[in-house]
Ligand binder design. Structure first.
Ligand code: FJE
Ligand code: FE
Length: 294
């Protein structure tokens, strides 16, 4: 590594209400950090029934849901339905349009992360699609006290099967006490770290340790060094990077396009059930039907 990345800004993601009765810790996508090209939103969510994210649309980007605890059932207007559990990932391309619900499944609290990855203008109107990887199929490897789960991209000699339209790396590291990570990251990409458990020293060995729910924006460089200086606690963090798209962003809630005109067209398409939203006309999720009956 010639030029390790340094921490340029640190954000503590505090809980806020989203969806219906759900709580998210939003780091990217809040006022002080509107957009970190190509990333639109990073939410660490915590939700238990009857709260959730009932029927809502998306257009123009991808949502990546990575479960930490419990489970989430999703259903969409094409009839696609499934449940992702702790350790599973769903990489959903909303493309030209999806309407779906995302609701906690089973007792207890469901926790995880949802990342919104922008799509370039040429990909915003692609066919919607899903890639779902179960925990047991996620590429994982360990060496020298470091374990990495490779959600997207490659690390420590293993490669994720996920195809990302916007080139993205998404790594989940666990570092034993006194361990150190040295991970290359392409120099032209934007990258950040998000701490899940324990405390880590990021970028420069003399820095102050950073704990859970903090997002660290990284400077340009060709990799990242992270130290777990604790004697007894493991460190768990995500390292996420992506190739910047470099296009204008026009956003209205769950619709992300390049211009205000395209946003107006999208609202029109959604209201008129057109150009990808046809199936929204007669669809309601099972979760919504159940709520109305009760
Ligand atoms: C959304 C408000 C929302 N973070 N994390 C407005 F809450 C949502 C939304 C989510 C979401 C869903 C899950 Cl499973 C996890 C989330 C926001 O669904 F899309 C808009 N527009
Ligand atoms: Fe959604």
């Amino acid at each position: 590594m010639e030029k390790p990345r340094q921490v340029v800004r640190k954000f503590l993601a505090r809980p806020q209400h989203e969806g219906v009765g759900a709580v998210v810790r939003r780091s990217i996508g809040r006022f002080e950090l509107r957009y970190f090209d190509p990333f639109l939103v990073l939410d660490e969510f915590s939700v238990s029934a009857p709260a959730g994210f009932p029927d809502h649309p998306h257009r123009g980007f991808e949502t990546v849901t990575y479960m930490l605890e419990g489970a989430v059932t999703h259903e969409d207007f094409e009839g696609h339905r499934g449940t992702i559990k702790a350790g599973d990932v769903q990489w959903m391309t909303a493309g030209r349009g999806i309407v779906h619900s995302e609701m906690p499944a089973g007792p207890g609290t469901s926790k995880g992360l949802q990342l919104w990855v922008n799509l370039s203008s040429g990909n915003k109107m692609v066919e919607p699609g899903y890639q779902e990887i179960q925990s047991k199929d996620i590429a994982c490897t360990s060496a020298d006290g470091v374990t990495v789960r490779v959600i997207a991209g490659h690390a420590m000699g293993v490669q994720s099967p996920v195809c990302t339209r916007t080139p993205t790396m998404y790594l989940d590291f666990t570092v034993r006490p006194r361990g150190v990570v040295r991970q290359p990251v392409l120099a032209s990409w934007n990258a950040f770290a998000y701490v899940l458990e324990g405390e880590g020293v990021f970028g420069a060995e003399r820095g102050a340790p950073v704990g859970a729910h903090h997002l660290l924006l990284l400077s340009q460089g060709d990799g990242l060094e992270v130290w777990n200086k604790s004697d007894d606690r493991p460190l768990r963090f995500l390292l996420i990077g992506g190739e910047p798209i470099g296009e204008p962003v026009a956003q209205l809630g769950p619709f992300v396009m390049n211009t205000e005109e395209e946003i107006d067209m999208t609202v029109n398409d959604f209201e008129r059930y057109a150009n990808g939203f046809e199936k929204a006309r007669h669809w309601k999720s099972q979760a919504m039907v159940a709520l109305v009956v009760e």
